[in-house]
Design a protein around this ligand. Structure first.
Ligand SMILES: CC(C)(COP(=O)(O)OP(=O)(O)OC[C@H]1O[C@@H](n2cnc3c(N)ncnc32)[C@H](O)[C@@H]1OP(=O)(O)O)[C@@H](O)C(=O)NCCC(=O)NCCS
Length: 161
């Protein structure tokens, strides 16, 4: 943690000009490579999902995307969360994730699920140690052969922020 919290803001965005779009795609590409958002999927999250931006002193430095679950109206899925590589470890991801969780009950959602690589210690530390997310499954080959993932869940009924 090196940054004053007041320098970090989080907002939901529904429109992105060319500059913001390029920054979002770059942050996501640097985090997820070929599994990242693209010119084709980003507009869908802007218009049909929900896209969050974290800014540091006004500059976009983090992004996260949510989708809703068709079977459970109280459940959302965190498609991705990423912070610019040179700024990781400064508290931005924690603030971004907290903002997402805080926004859910106000919007009528009570649970959030996500999948995470079993060795992604930084992300798991945030999800489980800081926000009390529970592991509800271990899904072998979730994204194809060898791509196992933990399925974690946050439940507003059990965990208060
Ligand atoms: C996951 C991610 C969004 C977190 O963002 P961030 O801004 O670095 O997060 P923060 O700085 O708020 O917190 C990181 C925490 O992980 C800890 N951490 C970092 N590396 C760690 C490791 N190898 N093992 C355990 N904890 C670790 C940090 O110490 C910090 O915890 P602390 O606040 O208790 O000191 C960022 O690392 C990222 O973009 N990763 C690549 C994309 C990704 O993996 N996304 C998640 C997919 S499920």
């Amino acid at each position: 943690m090196g940054l004053p919290k007041s320098s970090i803001t989080v907002e939901i965005v529904t429109e992105a000009d060319d500059n913001l779009r390029d920054i979002i795609l770059q942050i996501d590409e640097e985090a997820f490579g070929f599994g990242s958002l693209s010119e084709w999927s980003l507009p869908l999250f802007l218009h049909y999902g929900r896209l969050y931006i974290a800014r540091l002193n006004g500059e976009p430095v983090g992004t996260a995307e949510l989708m809703r679950d068709w079977r459970d109206p109280e459940l959302v899925y965190l498609y991705g969360i990423a912070v610019a590589p040179d700024l990781r470890g400064s508290g931005i991801g924690t603030i971004l994730f907290r903002s997402i969780l805080e926004s859910l009950p106000k919007a009528g959602y009570r649970r959030l699920q996500l999948t995470v690589h079993p060795e992604n210690q930084a992300a798991i530390h945030i999800y489980q140690d800081k926000f009390g997310m529970k592991q509800v499954d271990f899904i072998r080959n979730y994204y194809g052969p060898g791509e196992d993932r933990l399925l974690l869940e946050w439940d507003w009924g059990r965990i208060r922020l």
